[in-house]
Ligand binder design. Structure first.
Ligand code: FAD
Length: 399
């Protein structure tokens, strides 16, 4: 059943990228998880970029001879996320965030802005970040307080606002910032997305957070105090940032499908191995009906997550995008991330005391890491809203 939706090239990529991460990421995983783990993340990002695995969606920046994939797409990027998250979700979220910045740049930025940023992002020499969430709004992004005004004299864009919970804050070299540019219309028609270089005057990073999991991935605040960028730093059209955001969310959610699947698989393997090797009341734990049933549930959840994730990725690669892809992307994200939480929780429970300590397995780390997944990239509740709004198109849900 595994890889049911993949063609030979994608299966080959999985084998190669799995071997690559076993060499380049696995030896760094402990350093990433330790306090101050970001330098180890940065090293792994550089190695992954040099190997060509960060350019799979970046068109002319992708070199077939690096990865052997001639016609790469989101199926391939999701495989990279899956294999990476099985070893380190902190590393995976760093590169997935960067890609979620790079792909809108490729699609919507001017040639000059693309030329400045895409090469370094594709090679893993730079990182990207996305700035949507604010102290006052998360799920309700249309209510954001950040303002983007046009300087009538110079035509520059001037950005004021505070963003929080921003992955790669302060360590990224390029930021996509969303703000309201026309307050007289709904945000869907009055939001603009701009590209802000990491060294722009007025850009600062007041704090980074100590998170429950994903240690090694930097998450912090981004303050924009009159940051100025030239008008050609708008992504797409002025006031059309919402469209850019929808495309970005689709990508982020499908990559989260891959990440959820990778983390879930790692947890499942730990749980299954313990169920086979640990004896209790005269038989292996896994032969006890309660444990047997739990393994069965994790197993079907994993298959469902895999099918939904690669269905969404394949739909994207077949040309489905924007609103048409939202439901499939939301389902992939919802099911794969809930599967990750279920598998990590079961791994801890089946290991008993061993599941609670760092001394015997990664179960406790996977448990902490997985918990972020149903919140980042749009919560499970928001994913359900997206799904049901397609099934009940004539009803307007009062969010
Ligand atoms: C580790 C991490 C990394 C992140 N990285 C980034 C990043 O790089 N860039 C970025 O912009 N953001 C990032 N975020 C922010 C993330 O996208 C938000 O946390 C998320 O969208 C939820 O927003 P919130 O935390 O403000 O919660 P809220 O929107 O305040 O929601 C709180 C709870 O209420 C629920 N809820 C809200 N509205 C409704 C409703 N109408 N009906 C039912 N339930 C509802 C939500 O589902 C949630 O469970 C990150 C967050 C974390 C934790």
């Amino acid at each position: 059943m595994r890889d049911f939706l993949l063609d030979d090239a994608a299966r080959r990529l999985r084998a190669e990228v799995g071997a690559f991460f076993a060499r380049e990421l696995a030896p760094r995983a402990a350093a990433i998880e330790a306090d101050g783990g970001f330098p180890a993340v940065r090293e792994a990002v550089r190695a992954t970029g040099a190997a060509g695995y960060l350019s799979l969606l970046l068109g002319e920046h992708h070199r077939t001879e690096d990865t052997g994939v001639a016609d790469p797409g989101l199926v391939h990027a999701a495989i990279v996320s899956e294999e990476a998250a099985a070893l380190s979700y902190a590393f995976e979220s760093t590169i997935a965030t960067s890609l979620s910045c790079a792909l809108p740049l490729r699609r919507h930025a001017t040639a000059a802005v693309r030329a400045a940023h895409l090469g370094p992002l594709a090679r893993g020499e730079a990182l990207g970040a996305i700035c949507i969430t604010e102290p006052g709004v998360g799920s309700d992004s249309a209510g954001m307080a950040t303002r983007i005004a046009t300087d009538a004299g110079t035509g520059d864009l001037v950005v004021h606002g505070i963003k929080r919970y921003i992955s790669n804050a302060g360590v990224a070299e390029v930021y996509i910032v969303y703000g309201i540019s026309d307050t007289d219309v709904p945000a869907q028609r009055g939001m603009t997305a701009v590209v802000v270089p990491g060294d722009a005057p007025g850009l600062s990073f007041p704090r980074s957070y100590t998170m429950m999991g994903r240690r090694g991935c930097v998450v912090g605040e981004v303050a924009l105090d009159g940051v100025r960028v030239p008008a050609d730093h708008i992504l797409g059209e002025p006031h059309a940032g919402f469209r850019v955001m929808v495309g970005m969310f689709n990508l982020e959610r499908i990559l989260l499908g891959g990440a959820g699947l990778g983390l879930a698989r790692a947890a499942f393997d730990i749980a299954r191995e313990h169920a086979r090797s640990r004896h209790s009341f005269g038989a292996p734990l896994g032969a006890k009906q309660l444990i047997w049933e739990r393994i069965a549930e994790l197993s079907w959840r994993l298959d469902a997550a895999e099918l939904l994730t690669y269905r969404a990725a394949r739909a994207h690669d077949d040309g489905c995008e924007g609103k048409a892809l939202m439901r499939e992307a939301a389902m992939a994200k919802l099911v794969a991330t809930q599967t990750a939480v279920a598998c990590a929780d079961a791994a801890v429970q089946i290991l008993g005391g061993d599941g609670l300590t760092k001394d015997f397995s990664r179960a406790e780390q996977l448990y902490r890491d997985a918990r972020a997944m149903p919140i980042v990239g749009g919560t499970s509740e928001m994913a359900k809203y997206v799904i049901a709004s397609r099934d009940l198109p004539d009803l307007h849900l009062d969010l």
